[in-house]
Structures are given as structure tokens and as C-alpha cells.
Design a protein. Sequence first.
Length: 488
Amino acid sequence: MHISDVRKFLRCPRMYQYSLTDNQKSFPFFNIICDTDESIINKLNIKDYYLGQVNETNEDTLKGLSEHNWLVKARFSYRGLRCRVPFLYHEGDRCDLYFSSLTLNPTDGETDNILWTASVVEKCGLTIDNIYIIYLNKEYVRHGELEHDKLWSITDSFFNANGHASKNILGHIRKQTFSIDLVLDQLLHFDNEYDDTEVMRTSKCTGRSKCRYYERCFPEEKDMPDNSILTLVGSQYKYDMYRNGIRYLADVNLDRFEGSAQQYAQIMADKNNGLFFDKVALNSWLNDQTEYPLSFIDFEWDLYPIPPFDNMRPMEVLPFQYSLDIMQSDGSISHHEFIGERDCRQKFVENMLNDLPDHGTIFAYNALGAEVLRLKELSEQFPEYSDKLMAAAGRFVDLAMPFINGVVYHTGMRGLYSLKVIQSIIDKERSYHDLQVENGLDAVSIHRKIEHIDDHELKREYYDELYKYCGLDSYALVEVYDKLKSLV
Ligand code: SF4
């Protein structure tokens, strides 16, 4: 058992049970360019240390302790629960624990992992004097070789949402009331034939992150009709209403309707044969936003916690692809595209600025949190292009707005607002499911492979897949825009 098993068990025993037979690997969102442990060893200036190995026993670790002050990846276990301490410094039986975190802002979301690890370490006879988190320094900008000392920061406090140290980690851990033995008793006696008949939906199913087994626990929701009350977005009462026999959006109980614009659009769509749009608001939005030529652009990028190239900060992204469709006032469309490898930022910028018309509206989906942000980052990294990039950023318009603001809703969206969902309603002929690359994560995964293969034919195939995928995204923007225009 590892600490991740305990965390799953405490969140939901069923989740723990399902995870035991789940071999599905999750996609590594972060593209990590170096051995982070080595980097932190440099930061801490550790010269002599014991390096823990997989499956080591407490005896092995204690032997390491007797010979070294520093332990890296030290393995401890207690009643079958195994944990790994990233960095441990000790003198005698007193020690400091150092946890590493690929984040700019270590918050108390890390409490569980630290609490359990610290508990196992103390059960093994050590006394903890202090606990630190080593995290990424957001002020660091790479110039030349990585400077490990500047890349990382160290804190003994959790930070609040504003990025300020708010509570001492060890003090916070000491305040937690829990018994490691009690939880382990429950876990060790857990019946693996967990009752599969009655599944109760709780906030743990859909809380901060939706449980990966949600569809398995509630298969009926997959087959629910498009206008099911369960599609009502942001509603805390939808399950209550469902239990009370209300099945459809149109029948919503007004006492339990929170009244957001999105919810209103959903209910009205159900009352209007599946489609709602506020013609006046939509017409006015389109008139305000539309200046020809219209550009429809979509970027793909990879996320690097440790900056791989000059002028990049920790946790910045590197855009490696764009697809652009330009529509003239006569309706004609031209297509432009780009894919780069490794440090392709400058080529990306130059090609894009060259391809984009020097005036007119630029549409993207979720533009402010995505494409516009990328342009701001690129303008910091390449000040010589800053004026042009920021001028382009100022022309972006978010094509998601009419949907997010409840101006348009189709029940086929089923409470989801992604470009892919909306495109699938508008154009049933073209589908992302027909492509090898179906989503942004697939695109990142293929791009990471491209950078490491020499086989030209295979590389060409991968390029084609990426072009098709990103091309469908930019063309989906054109289709959504055309559809909105046709509505008014
Ligand atoms: S969906 Fe809910 S009940 Fe099912 S495993 Fe996840 S948390 Fe448990």
C-alpha cells in the first residue's frame, strides 16, 4: 500500500476498490526536461547522501541513516503502508523533512501526503523538527544554463490563494486529528467484494475534480436524454430534483432554480425544441465584434514546469502549433498553419505575424485564458515583437462568450461548453473521433514523440495527424461563427 491508496480509500472505499484493478495510466501533463531530484540536490548543496531504492525495507533505510546525514528518496513503511521522503536531513533521531512540489504556490492541498508520510516516519522512530516544501520560484527567468539555486524556493509554510505564507506546515500537520492505526485497521480489513448494488452520489464524486470512475458508478447518466435535469449547470439541487421525479430541464422546480443566465438558456432551450438564442443580444454581439477580414485561430502548446529555453519562467508553456483560417467579406477562406519543434517560439511568432492580417477580428475559443495569454508570454520573451503581438492580442474575441453568457444554448450540449461539443452539434459529418489525434493531450503526446524520432515517414504521418486535428479546431471556429450568424 502506498499513501495514494490511503487517500483514495479515505475519499471513497469504492474508488479504492476500483483502483486496485485499474491499469490505466494518466497522461503526464508536465513536460519535465531534467531530473528534478538532481536539481534539488544542487539547490540544497547536498554533497554526500544515501539514495533510497525501490522496495527497500526500514532496515535498509536505517542503515543509510547511520552512515549519512542526508537521505534522498528514503523509503519507510509501517504496517504495510509504504512511503517515500524526497529529502531528509537528520542528526541522531531528530530530522527535517523536505517535500518537493512542481508548483509556484504550495498550498495546504498537500496536507494529506505530508501528514501520512510524516506519520509513517515518526512510527519508524524519528522525531520531526521541521517540514519544508521545495517549490518553483516564479521570479526565475532562465538565461543560459539552468541555475538550480535560483530555480527553486524553500518554505516551511503553506501559502494562501494570494501567494502569501499563511500557516506553518508542521504546526498545521500537528493540528490534524487522525489515527494512522485506525485508518490502517479499516483499510487492512476492507472487504474487496465491496457491495456494488447501492451507489450513493456524494460531493466526493464530482467535487474539486470529477472522479475517474464516475461513469462506472452512474452509467445511467451516459444514456440520459439531452434535456435531462441532470445537465443543469452549476445547480446544487439537480440531484434532489431528479430524486423527486423531475426529469427534464423544462420541468425545473422554480424554488430550486438558482437563476444563472446559463441555466435560464438551458431551460428555455428545452421549452423551444432544443435551441435557445437571444436574437437581440447575439446580433448586437456579432455586430460589435465583427470586422473583416475575420481570422479564426487555434494554438497547441506543451507545459514545462522547468523552463527549457532562454527567457522562459517556471510553469510556462511553449506553443508549438497554430492553425489559422482567414475569412474575407465575400466569404472566401484561406488556410495557414505551422508546426515547430524544440525551441520554435521565434519561428512561431514570425510565421503567425506574417500570416495574420494586420487588421480585423481574431476569433479563438476561450481566447483570454489561452491564446491571448500565450501572446502576452511571447511578447515578454521576445520584446522585439512585443508591439505587434500585443496589438494582435487586442483584436482577439472569445467565440465562447455567447455560450458562456447564456445567449445561446442547444440541449445537445448536455451542459458542456467545449468547442468540440458545439462543433459536433453543428457538423455531424466532420468528427474528432475520425482522427488519430482526438484532443489536445493527444496532440501534445504526438508532438513529444516527433521531437525524438528520425524516421522521416513516421514523422510526416505525425505531422499530418497534428495538422488535421488543429485544422479541425480552427475550422470548427468558422462553423460556429457561421452558425451564430445564420441564427440572427
Ligand atoms: S464516482 Fe463517487 S461513488 Fe463512485 S468511485 Fe467515485 S467517489 Fe466513489
